[in-house]
Design a protein around this ligand. Structure first.
Ligand SMILES: Nc1ncnc2c1ncn2[C@@H]1O[C@H](COP(=O)(O)OP(=O)(O)OP(=O)(O)O)[C@@H](O)[C@H]1O
Ligand SMILES: [Mg+2]
Length: 287
């Protein structure tokens, strides 16, 4: 069970993550926002142990429910993260195996992780497809991924993610491949599934509006650093938030207020963050 998840990761070389520290409580929806390249996806990859080969964890710890993932044997770690952490990816098409029917891609998680017999796994997979509001689950079970729309594929992946009742779901920009209407529906679905299953969620996105709606707590990243963390209300409430969080909100186009033109992040806000990074790098160099 996830009582607390700490992820403290330091990348090497170009310093992908700078001593990032992140905790997600059981059942909490936590948003991770920041500009492109800030390191949001790297955090998710560090937690599930799928960092690119060119990136390594230099120090710190990644703890999941009190277990130190970095000191575990790779096999045990893979098993633990496979069972208890699931991912909803950005691009549903590449995440699904094109040559297998949908049924197998969901039942594998149920037979592999929960050890359910295949027949039971299939009836549970059908229930899950109903739960993610797929109207004709029987047909979808027999379909190949290319026969489904983008939104349907993402529903299938959400069903697969929640199939084995994980403690944590990591959703990394799960709606960028979809049109605006499908995006709203999928976000609603992720929120509903999370609530119903009591699952913790790490939700990675550029979109401040989405985070404000979906997440109770938020971390804002800049160049591998978490610059602030707080409740959605604290950061986006419009009073006393962090200057960078406020600047990011002002830089985001508002669907509800098309007249309010997005404003670029002010130079002095960026300079303050750069100074913080330089000081941290100096301190690390001197140590
Ligand atoms: N394979 C890699 N090897 C080394 N560094 C990498 C690799 N992939 C990405 N990076 C670096 O890691 C940093 C963080 O990348 P990451 O993908 O986590 O950003 P992100 O915040 O998810 O951005 P986006 O919003 O565009 O998805 C980037 O600055 C990038 O240069
Ligand atoms: Mg990313």
């Amino acid at each position: 069970m996830v009582d607390r998840l700490d992820a403290t990761v330091t990348g090497t070389g170009a310093r992908v993550l700078r001593g990032v520290s992140l905790e997600i409580e059981r059942g909490e929806a936590h948003g991770l926002v920041g500009e492109s390249g800030a390191g949001k996806s790297m955090i998710g990859k560090a937690v599930i142990g799928l960092l690119p080969h060119s990136v390594r964890v230099e120090g710190g710890a990644i703890r999941f429910d009190g277990l130190d993932l970095l000191s575990m044997r790779p096999r045990d770690r893979r098993r633990l993260t496979g069972e208890r952490i699931a991912v909803v990816p950005q691009d549903p098409l590449t995440a699904l195996n094109p040559s297998r029917r949908v049924a197998g891609q969901i039942t594998d998680r149920l037979t592999g992780i929960l050890g359910r017999p295949r027949a039971k796994a299939e009836s549970r997979a059908l229930e899950l497809l109903e739960e993610v509001a797929i109207r004709d689950p029987d047909r979808v079970m027999r379909a190949y991924p290319h026969e489904l729309s983008g939104g349907m594929r993402q529903r299938v992946l959400i069903a697969a993610a929640f199939a084995a009742e994980p403690d944590l779901v990591i959703a990394d920009e799960p709606t960028t491949a979809l049109d605006a209407t499908a995006q709203r529906r999928i976000l609603r679905l992720i929120a509903d599934m999370r609530e119903r299953h009591g699952t913790a969620l790490l939700f990675v996105t550029h979109d401040m509006g989405v985070v404000a709606k979906l997440c109770q707590t938020v971390s804002v990243m800049y160049r591998g650093m978490i610059v602030c963390r707080g409740t959605a209300e604290e950061l986006f409430g419009g009073s006393g938030g962090h200057p960078y969080a406020e600047a990011l909100i002002a830089a985001t186009p508002r669907h509800d207020r098309p007249d309010a033109a997005p404003r670029p992040v002010p130079v002095e806000v960026v300079e303050a963050l750069e100074a913080e990074i330089a000081a941290a790098d100096d301190a690390r160099g001197a140590a």
